[in-house]
Structure formats: structure tokens, C-alpha cells
Write a new protein. Structure first.
Lengths: 340, 180
């Protein structure tokens, strides 16, 4: 029998959307399930810190589960689980992306991500039990569906993409150029990829999760500007603009900029007043914005370009643009005559 | 000497130009489309880093042994606008007049067991059990078991202060001994 040191994750609450967080309170629970008896014990824990489990682990091992429970429902969300056994190897999985602004790793449908797998405690002796000599490393993908946010999904419905065996201790750094979440439009997939390490089955416990992490994949934003047509001649006052913005990244700033001349990708212009929209959320957002009275961004007459841009942790993306001619000069044709 | 005087003039002329050029070096790209990503997706499949790892056999272990939903595997205690969860089989005695406190009332806030118990000691009693008792390998002391049965309070089994499920005592099957 051995005791196990477990860590509490106060940050776990970030996995739920703001829609939930505005209406519900969350409380964390750590549950210990003993094998093979399946006795269940809830540890009394603080919201952060670390402590030793007071319930000694049986030879069959124990599974530690970190849950957060919403007062709406109530509904429980599994944040993490970890199987610990006498001769079970230790493994950690970390998922990284270019976006480090969220507690739950996340990235966009067109961006790469990275997985770091560390396995230790694997044995190699001829007489060592099989579960001590090898672990399984799995990759699952699961779509959230159109407009899905991942809240309340049934993770047993995820698709197992790859199942491999790890028989040597050490660190492996894996790079994935892009996600593999199923979807007809690769730019609009939304879902999660999960990487897990499982122990092998033995006579006392079934195959159990040692470590698992997932990354959320959100779609690429798109948008349009209506109100000014391409190559239109605009006289006097600039017309009202309607911005239709879809799937804005959860951490993004979207705005319209104006600059003189034809469209040239990479040009920095003046931000059009009233067009900026800041999103700091846990799921993508869609909005419709009306922009008017923005003439101050146009200092002179001539050829101008309006660009709809979105700034994310991955860089600056152009969603739409329109080039047009502006002529606000009033010409008065008149004549002065005299009569003698 | 004349060249020395020319340097600030040149500097003053060049800096604004460099600044203007700097404004054009922002990393900006067109938002990726399905067409753009189809090629990357194909390339990604070929460069899948897990392709080089040793494949494993067997069914998906994550389906077989998933942690069960916490709420579904717990009993709810709810009173005075707050509620908590305890593992099923942790409640050893429920008096009839307290049956309704096992139902979650909408609007109640979920609290940890320790917080909830601290505020509800008037109607909840705890009984500390050992690990072997929780596993059903040893029956509870008869005097304590009797006290639990007759208690007018709701009784929760705990281990080191945390609620624990208590499995029914295992029945020992007596093997008949052959007569000499």
C-alpha cells in the first residue's frame, strides 16, 4: 500500500464557458476510487495547494478524479483523472499551442500544436508484470458540431485516431501541423483533440487512464463589410457600414482600418472609429456591428481602402476589404455677369 | 568637416523613411480558407508524428473504464439554500422526516462536504469507519451499527473526515467439513 500526493487545480474552473460562469457557481471535488474494491472516498480539499491522500492505496491501485460541479443542474465536469498503482508507470502529457492565454489549451483550425509526452517508471525485466513494462498512448478527436461549444459533450463518443505502445522511459515532443477533427470545411471545424496515456490491464484493475490532456480547436473567423461596393464613388458623407463577423476567436480584437490607395496586404492604416470589437471569452463569438459617422478616418479625397482585420495570438488576419474612390469636394459652377 | 555637418541632415531624412517602411512590415495574412487548409491537412496526415510509434492492439480503453459522472454516482444533501455531494453508499441512515433533504432544490449553491457539514451538524451525524470496514471486509461494531439505525439524524460514513462509500459486509461461505 502506498499514499499518493495529489495536486488541486483551482484553475480547472476555466473550462466552462462564460455563459455558465455568469449564472453558476462551481465547487471542486476530488474523488478517489480504490481498485479492485471500488470503494469511493471524497477528500476534503482546499481550492488550491497540495496534500497527501489519507486513504492508503490498495495493491490494485486507485483512480483520482478532479471534478468541478456547477450549481446549475447540478452538473459535473471532469477536469482530470489519474490512475496510480504499485508498479504502474508514471506519465504526463502537456499540450501547447501559440495561444497561451487560456487555462485549457486551445488553438485555431489552421494552426499547429505540440504534445509533450513524458513517461517514467517503465520496467524491462523478464519477470516484471506486463503493465509495468508498457503503456498505451492514444489520440482521440471529437467534433463539437456546428456552433458547438463542447459543454456537456459525451467524450465516449470521441473517435480513436491512433493507439500506440510506449515501452521506453523518456520525453517525446510531437508536432502536429494541423488538427484532424472531422468536418467538411477544414477552416470551420470545432472540437477537441485528446491525448491520453493508459495502463495495461492486469488481474486487479482494468486499463486505466494515467494522464490525459486535450486541446480545443476553434474555427477560422470570417466576415464581410456591406455599405460600400468595390470601386464605388463615394461623395460627401461616408455611408453606414454593416460588419458581419462569424466565429471570432475567443481571444481577439477585430476592427476596420482605412488607408489611402489600393488594397495592399500588410499595410497599417487608421482604425475606423466605432469598429473595434474585443473578445475575451472561452468560445468563439459571432456579431453584427453597425459603423457610422466615421468620416474622421479619411483625411483627404482620393482612392481609399477599408480592411476588416482580426488580431489573435496567431497574428493579424484580413477577413474582407473594399477599395473605393472618395470625392467630398464641392465644385460650384457659376458665372458672374454685369449689365451696363 | 562638411561631411560631419551632413550626417545629422542625412539621419533626419532617412529616419522618417525607415519609420514609414516599418509600418508596412506588419505580419498580416488572408484568413485561411478550406482550400488553403486541404493541402496542409494532407501534409499533416503524412507527417503525423504518431505514425512512427509502435502501434498498440485492443479496443479503446477510454470507453471501457471512463470515470462515471460525479453527480450520477453521488447522493445529494440539500438544505437552507446549499447542497453537497457524497458518494453513494456513504449515507448509512436516512430518517423519514429527512428524506426530502436528499433532493436538490434549484437555486441552491453547491458546497464542499466540509463546508456543508459545518453548517448542518444539527441534523447530520458522521461515523468514522476504517478502510477494511469500507471495503466490507469487517462489519461495523454492533453497538455503533445499532446507534446508526436508531439515530434521528442522517448518518454519513466518513474516513478521515471525508465521506466514504461502505460496501455491504462480505458473507463468508462456510465450507462443509468432512466428518471423520
Amino acid at each position: 500500500m502506498k499514499s499518493h500526493l495529489f495536486f488541486l487545480l483551482s484553475a480547472g474552473l476555466f473550462c466552462v464557458s462564460s455563459a455558465w460562469s455568469q449564472t453558476a457557481t462551481f465547487t471542486n471535488f476530488i474523488r478517489q476510487v480504490q481498485y479492485p474494491s471500488e470503494v469511493v472516498w471524497d477528500a476534503s480539499v482546499a481550492s488550491s495547494g497540495q496534500q497527501l491522500s489519507q486513504l492508503a492505496i490498495d495493491p490494485g491501485g486507485a483512480r483520482f478524479e478532479l471534478w468541478t460541479v456547477s450549481s446549475v443542474g447540478p452538473t459535473s465536469f471532469l477536469l482530470d483523472s489519474n490512475y496510480v498503482g504499485t508498479y504502474i508507470p508514471v506519465a504526463t502529457v502537456a499540450v501547447r499551442s501559440e495561444d497561451n492565454t487560456s487555462a485549457i489549451p486551445r488553438t485555431r483550425a489552421d494552426r499547429p500544436f505540440y504534445v509533450d509526452l513524458v513517461v517514467s517508471g517503465l520496467l524491462s525485466g523478464a519477470s516484471d508484470p506486463e503493465p509495468s513494462k508498457s503503456v498505451k498512448f492514444l489520440r482521440h478527436v471529437q467534433s463539437y458540431g456546428v456552433e458547438g461549444t463542447g459543454i456537456g459533450i459525451d467524450r465516449t463518443q470521441a473517435t480513436l485516431m491512433t493507439q500506440t505502445s510506449v515501452t521506453t522511459n523518456g520525453t517525446q515532443n510531437l508536432t502536429f501541423l494541423i488538427n484532424s477533427i472531422p468536418g467538411a470545411d477544414r477552416s470551420k471545424v470545432r472540437g477537441e483533440e485528446r491525448f491520453s496515456v493508459f495502463s495495461l490491464e492486469d488481474y486487479q484493475a482494468p486499463e486505466s487512464q494515467i494522464a490525459s490532456k486535450y486541446i480545443q480547436i476553434w474555427p477560422v473567423a470570417d466576415g464581410s463589410m456591406t455599405g460600400i461596393a468595390s470601386n464605388q464613388l463615394v461623395r460627401y458623407t461616408l455611408p453606414q457600414l454593416t460588419l458581419t463577423l462569424n466565429d471570432l476567436y475567443p481571444f481577439s480584437t477585430t476592427y476596420v482600418q482605412a488607408y489611402k490607395g489600393n488594397a495592399a496586404l500588410g499595410t497599417t492604416g487608421t482604425v475606423v472609429p466605432g469598429s473595434a470589437l474585443v473578445i475575451n471569452d472561452s468560445v468563439p463569438q459571432s456579431r453584427v456591428l453597425i459603423v457610422k459617422d466615421y468620416d474622421s478616418a479619411f483625411t483627404t479625397d482620393g482612392r481609399w481602402t477599408l480592411e476588416l482585420l482580426t488580431k489573435t495570438p496567431f497574428g493579424l488576419d484580413r477577413l474582407a476589404y473594399v477599395s473605393f474612390d472618395l470625392d467630398r469636394t464641392m465644385k460650384v459652377n457659376g458665372a458672374v455677369t454685369t449689365i451696363e | 568637416m562638411k561631411l560631419i555637418f551632413a550626417i545629422p541632415v542625412l539621419f533626419a531624412a532617412v529616419v522618417p523613411v525607415l519609420k514609414a517602411q516599418g509600418t508596412r512590415t506588419v505580419v498580416m495574412r488572408e484568413a485561411a480558407t478550406h482550400t488553403d487548409l486541404t493541402g496542409v491537412y494532407r501534409k499533416s496526415e503524412q507527417a503525423d508524428p504518431m505514425r512512427n510509434m509502435q502501434p498498440a492492439k485492443g479496443s479503446d480503453p477510454s470507453i471501457v473504464n471512463q470515470p462515471k459522472d460525479l453527480v450520477a454516482t453521488s447522493d445529494i444533501l440539500c438544505f437552507g439554500g446549499i447542497a453537497t455531494l457524497v458518494p453513494k453508499r456513504a449515507i448509512l441512515n436516512i430518517p423519514k422526516n429527512l428524506q426530502n433533504r436528499l433532493t436538490f432544490l434549484p437555486g441552491s449553491n453547491i458546497r464542499s462536504w466540509a463546508d456543508f457539514f459545518a453548517l448542518n451538524r444539527g441534523w447530520i451525524t458522521t461515523v468514522e469507519v476504517s478502510r477494511v470496514q469500507a471495503e466490507g471486509n469487517k462489519a461495523m461494531d454492533e453497538i455503533i451499527a445499532e446507534r446508526v439505525r436508531k439515530s434521528s439524524n442522517l448518518v454519513v460514513a466518513t474516513y478521515q473526515g471525508g465521506p466514504i462509500s461502505v460496501l455491504p459486509p462480505k458473507v463468508t461461505v462456510e465450507t462443509p467439513t468432512a466428518k471423520p
